[in-house]
Structure formats: C-alpha cells, structure tokens
Design a protein around this ligand. Structure first.
Ligand code: SAH
Length: 399
C-alpha cells in the first residue's frame, strides 16, 4: 500500500512540525520526491534535510496528516504500526478508569488529533467498536486498523463497524464498495454509562451511535435535578433525560426535531425507569418550542448540533447561539439552572461565553456562571491543536 514519498518543507515551515502540530499544509511544501498519491506514506524533512516525522499524504490543503514524529520513522503504516498507536490510546483510557469500570463501558478509544492520529475516530460500545475516518488518505488503512483492533481487544471484541460513509465526500464513494460491518455482528448494543443503561443504534444512529462526550456533564446535571422540572432540548437518545429522571426530577420533557431520536429517548427512559408519566416527549423545533412554552422549567439543557462547521459561517452560528440562549434565559424560572453547550469547533470558549453574555444582557436576567464545562478525558486535546477542544458548556444560575 505505502510507498514512501519524500516531502521537503520550505525554510521556516518546520517549526510547526517540530512542535508536534498534526498537519502540514500544501503551502509549506518546497518539493516532493517520489510518487504522490492519496494515502501514501510521506516522510517529512526540513529545508536542511533533517527528518521531522511521517504522515499520510493527501492532495488537498492539508497535504500531510502527521502520524509519527522523529525519531519514530515507520517503514509502513501496517498492522504493527496501528497496533502500537492503538495500545497507547487504550492505555490512556485505562489510566482514566474507563476500560475496566463496572459502571461505564462506553468510551472514545481514538480521538483524532488528541491521540496523535489525525482524522481517526474510534468509539467503544461494550465490546463493539465503531470507526469513523475523516480523510480519504487515511481510509486506505482501514483494513490494517481493523486488524490492529482485533489484536488489542482479543476475545473481548464483539464487532467492528465502519461508519465513514457519512464522513467522507460522496464523490469518494463512487465506484467503491462499502462494508458496514468489518468483523462480527452488530446492529444494536446496550451500554452502561455511570450506571445508566442505553441502547445504541450503531447502524442507523447519529455519529457513531451515541454522544459519548457528554458523560461527565450528564453526571453533573444530576446535582441539580431533585424535585425539579427539567427541559432537555436537542435530546437525541435521551442521555440527559435518563440522568435527570434517575436523579429524582419531578418531570422531564425531552425535545428533538427528529422523530427517530425521540423514539430512542423513549426507549432509553423505559429501559432505566420503566413506564413513566413524569417523562414527556416533544417532537418539535427547539426555538419554536422555547418561544411558545410556559415559564415553569427549573432546569433547561441546550445541546444543539454544531451551528458552524466552517470558519466562514462563524458569524451566523454565533447569532444562532445568541437567539437560542436568549429564548431559554427569558423563559427559565427564577432561580433556575441553564446547561448550555456548543460543539462548534470554530467557536471557542471565549467567543461562546461572550455570546451567552450578550444573550444574558438582552434578557435582562441576573446570570451567574456556576461551572465551565468541556469534553471528558477520553476526548483529549493535543495542546498543539487547541481546536480539538470542541465541546464548551456553561452552567448558569438565573435569577
Ligand atoms: N444532547 C444529546 C446530543 C444532541 S445532538 C445527547 O446528549 O445525546 C443534536 C440533536 O439536535 C440531534 O438529535 C438533532 O436531531 C437535534 N436537532 C437538530 N436541529 C434541531 C432543532 N432545530 N430543534 C430540535 N432539535 C434539533
């Protein structure tokens, strides 16, 4: 598969790679030697011919995704290479107590740049692994990656699925076959998260099947739920709703615009607490509901999908976050608690916080920040790639 390509960077362009930045932009390249094709192994060298590291080449703005830094110099990206990388990621999850926990068996095994494996996402659902690849160059290594996963998990592995169909461009799939299940059998899996049970629709669900990144924030929510009326907007499969109900909320309303998501949320609530008339589901647009609803919720969760996927739509996204937060701030009961999130990579914490502040000013409410939230430890952030900290949250006390 791989045939080494030698890439020499322009003078001064080696600094970022020396600082372990995960990408080499095409504009930083002075010359290439050898045959360049999407997916080939590229050795990256400074202008003075010093070896800096190796990555996967793609004919695009991000020309190389760095997979190894000097002195590591892999000959190829075969099973042994991936096994070594995956073991290191597994050991980190082990360190954070996720691989042997009796309460949680769903975690992110590989978090792209945060695990020095740019473009690769792998989630673990109680023995079922789901891969999502975000660059066409990396996709050529799907088979050795799956082979390495089998070696790392051994007989604890139940299945491996590939969900890259949605993450790679449609044109890439023309004239190409696509295997959803690479090993074992898998449609659905039941997992435990902090002792709460969830059915995961691996095959038909959003992303890899579940929003694993909200684990710690769902746990925090339980501290604010007892005997309170909770509105969980953008609920998807009901993560926050299940935690709120188990923590003694007097009523939980789960809202999503997708009927499929609402069905999953209902299923997960009944799995945890049986039939419950204190749980209501609402299939609607969140903004319309917030604008028209009664002012009697003590706790509101706002966890919208990424409003900005690219830099050029950042301004529009910020306006969207402002309108959403304003609607909730206007309607939440006095003394209420608002959990508000943004998962747009291009909106950083500072911008998110000032956007929510603008909404608070306009609402006329007295707002205090109780917690500042982010993603959990199985979604590590490469300090040289701060954009990796994509999940931001604020817990607000609203008088
Ligand atoms: N909080 C969820 C994850 C939310 S993902 C969890 O913990 O699992 C975002 C959800 O927003 C998706 O389920 C999507 O169907 C829903 N959604 C998108 N646009 C919406 C809108 N305008 N109104 C309500 N829900 C919407």
């Amino acid at each position: 598969m791989s045939q080494a390509l030698k890439i020499t960077l322009r003078s001064g362009k080696d600094d970022a790679v020396r600082r372990f930045h995960p990408w080499v932009f095409s504009g930083a390249i002075k010359k290439t030697e050898g045959r360049a094709y999407d997916g080939c192994l590229a050795g990256v060298y400074s202008n003075k011919d010093e070896y800096l590291g190796s990555g996967i080449f793609q004919d695009a703005t991000i020309a190389v995704r760095m997979m190894a830094f000097a002195p590591e110099q892999p000959d190829d990206f075969g099973v042994d290479f991936w096994e070594n990388k995956i073991r290191r990621a597994f050991d980190l999850r082990k360190l954070t107590g996720l691989t042997d926990s009796p309460h949680t068996n769903v975690y992110r095994l590989i978090h792209g740049e945060g695990d020095h494996l740019p473009g690769l996402i792998i989630d673990h659902y109680n023995g079922h692994l789901v891969i999502q690849i975000h660059s066409t160059g990396l996709y050529s290594y799907l088979t050795p990656i799956a082979g390495a996963l089998k070696k790392v998990y051994g007989n604890k592995l139940r299945s491996i699925s590939d969900k890259s169909r949605e993450t790679l461009p449609a044109a890439f799939w023309e004239n190409r076959s696509y295997e959803k299940v690479l090993f074992g059998e898998c449609r659905q899996s039941e997992v435990l998260e902090n002792g709460h049970r969830f059915l995961i629709d691996i095959e038909g669900g959003q992303k890899t099947g579940f929003y694993i990144d909200q684990r710690d924030n769902r746990k925090l929510l339980t501290e604010y739920c007892k005997e309170n009326k909770v509105l969980n907007t953008f609920c998807y499969s009901g993560g926050f709703s299940v935690y709120a109900l188990k923590a003694g909320a007097s009523q939980v309303d789960s809202l999503d615009s997708s009927a499929k998501a609402i069905a999953l949320a209902e299923e997960n609530v009944s799995l945890n607490i049986g039939p419950a008339d204190i749980h209501r589901t609402i299939t609607a647009d969140a903004m319309s509901y917030l604008n028209g609803m009664e002012e009697d919720y003590n706790v509101i969760i706002l966890d919208p999908p990424a409003y900005a996927k690219h830099q050029h739509v950042k301004h529009k996204a910020v306006q969207g976050y402002k309108r959403l937060n304003l609607a909730a701030l206007k309607k939440i009961k006095k003394g209420g608690v608002l959990f508000t999130f943004s998962c747009s990579q291009v909106v950083d914490m500072q911008l998110f916080r000032s956007t929510v502040m603008a909404a608070a000013i306009q609402s006329g409410r007295n707002v205090r920040i109780l917690h500042q939230l982010t993603q959990p430890a199985d979604h590590p952030v490469n300090i040289f790639h701060p954009e990796g900290q994509y999940l931001k949250g604020l817990v607000l006390f609203v008088d």
